[in-house]
Each structure stands twice: as C-alpha cells, then as structure tokens.
Design a protein around this ligand. Structure first.
Ligand code: GLU
Length: 282
C-alpha cells in the first residue's frame, strides 16, 4: 500500500466555519493516524472572489484548531501554466468547445434539466459551426470553454471509483452536464484544477463533503482523459446546525474566528464536531 496522502483544499472566499473544520480534521486525523502526509492547498483560481486576507485567516484558524500540514502550501494561482497545459491537451483531444451562452440564457432554456448544482447546460453551443465560432470570437463575444461529456466518454474506458461510504461507483459524468472548464476571468475551473492538483500532489485519498460527490463523477472522466491516477474518495456527511440546517458559508454559518472571539476554545470546537482530544478523534 502506498503511504496515505490526504489534503484540505479550501477556497479563500470567506472565513472557515465548522464544516471546513470537520473536513480538515477528517483529512488530518486519517493521515496522522497512520504516519501519512496531510497537505494544504489554497484553491484561489477565482481571483474575483478570493482575497489574501481570507487566506491568511484560514492558515491562522487551522493552526488555532491544532492542525499542521506537510510541505509547502500549494496555491493554485501560482500554477496557471499547469492548468493551461491540461486544457491544451483536452483541446487536442477535441473534447472542449466554446460556449457563448450567458447564465441567464441557460436558466431560460426550457430544455435545461435541473442537476444537483442547478440547471444542466442544454448543449446549445455544442455543435456550433466553426465559421460561426470564428465570427463570434472575432466580434469579441465572451465565451467559456465546456467539456463535451458525451464525446469525452467515447474516448474513456471504464470510469469506476471507490468511495469509502458508497462503495464502488461507476461514474456518470453526465450528471452535471457539459461543465465549464475555463472562463475569461477564471482561466480554469474548479473541476480541472482540483483533479490535476490531486494527481500532481500524489493525493491517495480525497476527503471532502458529500455535496461534491457529483463533481467526483466529472473528475473521474478528466482523470481518464488526462491519464491521471485515480485516488480513493471518502465523501463525508454535511454538518447541520441545531435546527437541522446545513452549514454553509452562504447560509451564514458562524465562522471559527467568531466562535473563538466569543470564547469558544479550539478543543470545544473539535469536540463539537466529533474530534475530541488528545488525538482529535471521538
Ligand atoms: N475548494 C473547494 C471547496 O472549498 C475544495 C473542494 C475539494 O475538497 O475538492 O469547496
């Protein structure tokens, strides 16, 4: 068995809350329990939403929580060239296409089925005439690059992966539709960067919340296309508050630092989410 390598990969778009602490502790305890490695990666490709002060805050909050990490922190914004090379490879395979639809167009398309993350792209630009694409691009119309999932699937073999809780899963990358892999203000998407980085950093077990399970189906397809190793996965349940509401930044979950400021200790935070001292495991 190769040594266990886990990671925590937050985006510095806000302060960490209990859900993040749970994910981080999950990866950290698994690695530390067996002498493996725990990596920290800053997922800051969306430069319109990420802020350096949130990055500084998350490093501080993780340390306060009692976590440490191995090696250098990888910051995605330092690696745009790696992601571009992967995009180029996908372009060569002929599995990406420019899409000129706005979010509004997609939401308004009556044919857009609802997926786990909102409306699934109905494929309007999937087979645009190359001359029309050239014309739109020459006119400077904004576009994103999408993955042609059906075409990509034809090029890929068996798309299985293992989740610790759900078992062996046959990936259904269609679930999120033709996902966006790059846009003008964010030259590569979460899906591409996370898949590439987990491979480049030698992550053997991806631990993250179960709301990202649909994304894993897409990541498995990208692994096949880019000939990347397939890690094991452990998608954990989402934490809920006392009222049963899922903890999420958008829902205004209290941040770790606001809890700290109001007198909650790191040990109390850990205990609250099932990671009691001394080894942070309940
Ligand atoms: N940056 C992503 C997030 O914060 C990471 C998800 C993952 O662990 O793959 O949701």
């Amino acid at each position: 068995m190769p040594p266990l390598v886990t990671r925590f990969a937050p985006s510095p778009t806000g302060y960490l809350h209990l859900g993040h602490a749970f994910s981080a502790l999950d990866g950290w305890t698994r690695a530390r329990a067996v002498g493996g490695r725990f990596l920290l990666r800053i997922e800051d490709i969306d430069q319109t939403r990420c802020r350096p002060e949130f990055e500084a805050a998350l490093l501080e909050d993780l340390s306060w929580l009692g976590l440490d990490w191995d090696g250098e922190v990888r910051r995605q914004s330092d690696h745009f060239a790696d992601y571009q090379a992967a995009l180029d490879k996908l372009q060569t395979l002929g599995v990406i296409y420019p899409c000129f639809c706005s979010r509004k167009d997609i939401a308004a398309a009556t044919s857009a089925p609802q997926g786990p993350d909102g409306p699934v792209y109905p494929g309007t630009c999937r087979h645009l005439d190359p001359a029309l694409i050239a014309e739109k691009q020459a006119a400077g119309l904004p576009f994103v690059l999408r993955l042609d999932v059906a075409k990509a699937r034809v090029l890929s073999g068996n798309l299985a992966f293992t989740d610790e809780h759900a078992g062996r899963i046959s990936a259904q990358p269609e679930v999120l539709g033709d996902v966006v892999l790059a846009r003008r203000d964010t030259p590569c998407s979460y899906h591409l960067c996370v898949t590439l980085d987990d491979a480049l950093q030698g992550v053997t077990l991806v631990t993250r919340a179960e709301d990202l399970l649909p994304s894993t189906h897409v990541h498995r397809l990208l692994q096949a296309l880019l000939a990347l190793p397939v890690p094991a996965y452990a998608h954990h349940r989402l934490l809920a508050d006392a009222a049963g509401q899922r903890l999420a930044k958008r829902a205004g979950a209290p941040s770790l630092r606001s809890m700290r400021d109001s007198g909650t200790s790191a040990a109390e935070v850990r205990t609250m989410i099932g990671y009691a001292d001394p080894i942070f495991r309940a």
